[in-house]
Design a protein around this ligand. Structure first.
Ligand SMILES: Cc1cc2nc3c(=O)[nH]c(=O)nc-3n(C[C@H](O)[C@H](O)[C@H](O)COP(=O)(O)OP(=O)(O)OC[C@H]3O[C@@H](n4cnc5c(N)ncnc54)[C@H](O)[C@@H]3O)c2cc1C
Length: 426
């Protein structure tokens, strides 16, 4: 996307609404606001690209998603209906999450037993939630189950954190219709395409580092100078709100506390090519180990491509990211070689490894509420003085942690800002 307000162009001195952050939430918000008669809107993005945690890497004519990849709850996903109008393709291949390629270390009967154990665990979590208990989900493990490490490995992928750090109430509130599709050309490409009509009101390379709310209008300080706004929709991830990377002056203690209660966990992807791909079933799943949560999930041949996508979550992902992409690739190769034979070492090549945890504009992958903090997403949705609004995956009540949940939250905040400004738009 070309920046309609290139670095040399000063920002306008004053606008009605500033949307901070051009990820799914910010784009959803700005699309709702743009084009309203008498309303001036500006979308400020810190990175030199839009899309946020939706990012597709072009590779050999295909799109590899580094962030969101699945249209979760696709039959109730506001973004699913926008894929084909953008000239992109929906892929409805069933996700492989309930399978185990080559029956590796797991017979079909054992796989069924694991499914039953996970379902029983989720039922216990739901019962605890019905009793209003906001406690660590791991307390609902069956201590005698051999499947607890595998469940915690899956928690790393689902929550970016282990079940000990996940609130029962929040986990139970997650909305999942069980239908999951993909965008063949890339989910990130879809989100970027949806941001294209906003070009004329977007400034990239424009980190906002302070919002002064002491005066009658809000004053924003950015890398590209200052400006005033009557309302601000802030869509930076919770990690940046909690650490005051975007500082609100005077601070909003309720937001600072609540953002700390809903931190970002980490999930990391490693995209690799594999030689002799025909040896692997297309769109299949492999968990290499079942005795530990410190293991990756491997999507073999996504879309039938000659590739493998590794997925690491939680403390494993944080540790590997700290060591860098080469270490992450190395870990994936070692696990695959241990499971499928040492020949795997020669067959795999690194294409890309993600670094969402160290990225200064995300500091994690997606949010989970800590035990005792399930109410914090609702606290983040409370506006400040009817002119400062927060939105993003982290504020979503049921579709949290997803791109479509973030988009819906952006739209919700835009509606709230419009209602607040009603009658006073110049
Ligand atoms: C590895 C991974 C896999 C995922 N898989 C899926 C999936 O399969 N399906 C799914 O639905 N979701 C998935 N997600 C989650 C999904 O990508 C996010 O929930 C969603 O994209 C978040 O959108 P957002 O607008 O809330 O935040 P972001 O996309 O983070 O947008 C916030 C924007 O604010 C900008 N910003 C930050 N600080 C500032 C500042 N100071 N000034 C100006 N701008 C700033 C950022 O650069 C960013 O562009 C995945 C995420 C990751 C990382």
């Amino acid at each position: 996307m070309t920046d309609a307000l290139p670095a040399a162009t000063p920002l306008p001195a004053e606008v009605d609404v500033v949307v901070v952050g051009a990820g799914a939430a910010g784009i959803g918000a700005a699309r709702k606001l743009m084009g309203r008669p008498g309303l001036s809107v500006l979308l400020l993005e810190a990175r030199d690209r839009i899309g946020g945690r939706a990012l597709t890497l072009p590779f050999r004519g295909e799109g590899l998603d580094l962030g969101c990849g699945w249209l979760h709850s696709a039959d109730d996903n506001v973004l699913a209906g926008l894929v084909e109008p953008e000239g992109l393709t929906i892929d409805r291949t069933e996700p492989p999450w309930r399978s185990q390629a080559f029956n590796h270390e797991t017979t079909p009967e054992e796989l069924a037993a694991f499914g039953a154990a996970f379902a029983a665990f989720e039922t216990r979590v739901a019962e605890a939630a019905q009793r209003g208990e906001d406690r660590p989900a791991a307390e609902l493990f069956d201590p005698d189950s051999p499947w607890n490490p595998r469940m915690d490995a899956i928690s790393g992928a689902l929550n970016g954190a282990r079940f000990a750090e996940v609130s029962t109430l929040d986990y139970d509130a997650y909305g999942d219709t069980g239908v999951n599709w993909r965008v063949r050309e890339g989910y990130g490409r879809l989100v970027a395409a949806l941001g294209r009509p906003l070009e004329s009101i977007t400034a990239t390379g424009c980190a906002v580092y302070r919002i002064d709310r002491s005066g009658p209008t809000l004053r924003l300080e950015t890398r590209r100078g200052g400006l005033q706004a009557r309302a601000v929709i802030l869509t930076a991830p919770n990690s940046l709100i909690a650490s005051e990377a975007v500082r609100i002056d005077p601070p909003v203690p309720a937001w600072l506390e609540a953002a700390s209660g809903v931190p970002l966990g980490l999930a990391s992807k490693v995209h690799m090519t594999v030689n002799g791909a025909e040896d692997f079933p297309p769109d299949s799943q492999l968990w290499t180990r079942r005795d530990t949560a410190q293991t990756g999930g491997y999507h073999l041949r996504p879309f039938g491509r000659p590739m493998i996508e590794a997925y690491f979550g939680a403390d494993l992902a944080w540790g590997l990211e700290a060591e860098g992409p080469a270490a992450m690739f190395d870990f994936a190769v070692s696990e695959l070689a241990a499971a499928l034979g040492s020949g795997m070492r020669r067959r795999l090549s690194l294409v890309a490894a993600t670094e969402w945890g160290v990225d200064p504009f995300s500091r994690g992958a997606y949010s989970h509420a800590l035990p005792g903090h399930a109410g914090d997403r609702a606290r983040l949705r409370q506006s400040v003085e009817d002119r400062l609004f927060l939105a993003g995956e982290g504020t979503a009540p049921t579709y949290y942690g997803t791109a479509h949940g973030a988009w819906m939250e952006g739209e919700r905040a835009a509606e709230a800002a419009l209602a607040a400004l009603k009658g006073s738009v110049r």
